[in-house]
Write a new protein. Sequence first.
Length: 315
Amino acid sequence: MTVKTFLNFVRVQTLPAALLPAVIALFFSAYYFKQFDLLRSVLIIIGLVSINFFVSAWNNLMDYKKAKDQAYKEKENILSTRRIPERLALRICLILLGIDIFVGLILTLITNWILLPIGAICLIVAVFYTYGPFAFSRFPLGEVLACLAEGLGSFFIAVYVNSYDLKYLYLDFQHLDFTLIGDLKIIFSLILVGMFCGLLNFNVMLADNISDLIQDIKNERYTLPSYLGVPRSLKLFKFIYLLATALLLTSIVFKILPLTTLITLIFLPLIYQNTARFVKKQSKAETFKYSIQNLKLFEAAVILALVMNYLLQLI
């Protein structure tokens, strides 16, 4: 397998949607908690890259195995178009999954055991999204799971591994006794910013499912757009961006994010333009990219705001 084929197999173009919430989390941890650890940050990035590659590769493999539409299986799925043997595809998936599990266990051992159930839930979502007779992808759950696992989950874990010792969420063992410690104010703050990231991932998945609606129905995948219909799905698509903006402004009002985050408003015309382009035409090849561009614009603006705030404090 060539490098180009591998990168297409793991859909490297979707990597920003998976990594940007974690990048925001690293800068946010440094800003909000004044906490940053290089080793743990590198490990979480490695883990997120591997699980994102696994999910994309695993979805390609499962879509190939479960395809009802023979034309899709033979002419569109990457296993056929790039002549990737099923056994090789499975081996790559297991290696990527193994890397993520290994990294996750290391992070759990050097931080706190509460990371284990959180990571396990995200792992279950990753594996069973397309695997099994009741795969999540065949129900209207994909957008919600992308929001909670890929957006909120990635953000929360990346913040946590840098600031776990503050014990705002901490599982303490004393022999067979345990104590769960939590600070609802801090947890609420993390959920607020994390849900902003999650909503952007929600819209990337929604745009993907709208673009693939006809093909999904042929393969008996009944995603959210198949229940809502395209017009309602597009209304939801636009509303989610409004909701994400509202969460961002709420975070500024409650001083969870710095005032410099208002720079995000500068990018709203571009985000509106991209949204209008997708609403006008839903095409995987031509307009799906605008949902990813919107995610990049929103989240890059937040990163820029956090960096600006740090530089202003140095003056």
